[in-house]
Write a protein that binds this ligand. Sequence first.
Ligand SMILES: [Zn+2]
Length: 169
Amino acid sequence: MRLCKNWYKSLEVVKPKLNITRQVYEFIVRTTKDSPRVETGGILMGRDIKPLTVDVTHASLPGPKAYHSSTKFLRDTEYCSKVLQEHYEKYGVDYVGEWHSHIVPLRGVSGGDIATLTSIIYDPDYNFNAFACIVALLENDKVELIGYIATKRYIYQVEIRVVDSDMLI
Ligand SMILES: [Zn+2]
């Protein structure tokens, strides 16, 4: 064994985690099913807990001015900011991620999705530690949620844990 210098701090094992409440899970599934021909989505709100855990307690709709097509979605920023402000005042939650649906069989993030995530995570106005992304894949009237945690270095594909809301307070 190499000489062990005991002033080293021990390394910590970190696994990125994405927890969402059952209500958020059901909301995303329902909103995705309600829009079978075009993509939809919104923002995710909750808490970003260091080092790499995101708890999602609320999710938004796209907003009336959102852009929807079968392969592209752009949320209504003004609407989502308003929803975030309301949730922040009411529940003390923050903007911690984005969600959108895929109605074509694309399992996971596209090149465009990665570019969007990169621009958000590097946005100096936010300075995110970890940022969540959920892709809701609609296939044969079934919705599967695929989760990611983005940092300034990596986008981790993670398992989404669906929990009761009182576990995230
Ligand atoms: Zn996408």
